[in-house]
Design a protein around this ligand. Structure first.
Ligand SMILES: Cc1cc2nc3c(=O)[nH]c(=O)nc-3n(C[C@H](O)[C@H](O)[C@H](O)COP(=O)(O)O)c2cc1C
Length: 206
């Protein structure tokens, strides 16, 4: 079941100058493309959300919403799964990540898997952000993976091009384990959605 190519979105969670997010995003993109999947980055730095006044599903007339919201919503609806890349800021998940993902209905994300990838320059690798992400992703009706990738000392672990600096270490093992599990869930849920679309979610229905 793990062999079918998947259509995946990677959300990045930092807009900071000299951010580490770029290398973690590249790392995940390379890893998943090498496994045969189609990968698109949703980078909060590339999208000007200044004109966004409220989430897409809060607009009484959705046609009045900025085009960028419709574009990303379509990418979300077409995705088989999501990779959530977040640094740890003040013991929590990245504000830039919430500020982009919050713009879309839980119904848009529903019944798809989400892989959590956190990092920090310290030794804990953003584990506190990862724990918060579990709550956040549940609220969006995503199925988050039991396995995670938690990257300590990210500036030492990955090059700017997103290459692992240690070929055969713990990061490689964690990445392989998480990718296998993520592929299994993404394929299983895709089959299930095809057989029977998931129920529409009450008050979030569009
Ligand atoms: C506002 C801010 C708060 C931070 N808080 C934490 C923290 O609570 N725990 C931690 O391990 N690192 C923390 N860091 C360090 C970041 O994990 C590290 O700078 C990381 O590279 C940030 O991701 P970015 O470079 O993609 O923005 C913080 C950094 C910033 C800018």
């Amino acid at each position: 079941m793990g062999d079918s190519p998947l259509n995946l979105l990677i959300f990045l969670g930092s807009v900071r100058e000299h951010r580490m997010a770029t290398r973690v995003g590249r790392y995940m993109q390379n890893l998943l493309e090498k496994r045969g999947h189609t990968v698109t980055l949703v980078d909060p730095r590339e999208h000007n959300l200044g004109e966004v006044q409220q989430p897409l599903h809060f607009y009484a007339d959705p046609t009045a919403a900025p085009a960028i919201l419709h574009k990303i919503n379509k990418q979300i609806l077409e995705a088989d799964g999501f990779v959530i890349v977040s640094p740890e800021y003040n013991s929590g998940m990245a504000p830039a990540l919430a500020s982009i993902m919050d713009n879309f209905s839980p119904q848009s994300y529903a019944y798809r898997p989400a892989a959590i990838v956190t990092y920090s320059m310290g030794q804990f690798g953003g584990i506190r952000a990862a724990m918060q992400l579990r709550q956040f992703l549940s609220e969006l009706n995503l199925v988050h993976m039991p396995s995670m990738i938690v990257i300590s000392k990210v500036h030492e672990a990955l090059s700017e091009e997103g290459e692992r600096k240690v070929a055969d270490g713990q990061l490689q093992r964690a990445s392989d384990a998480m990718c296998k599990q993520f592929e299994w869930y993404a394929n299983a849920l895709r089959k299930a959605r095809k057989a029977e679309p998931g129920p529409v979610l009450g008050h979030w229905a569009q």
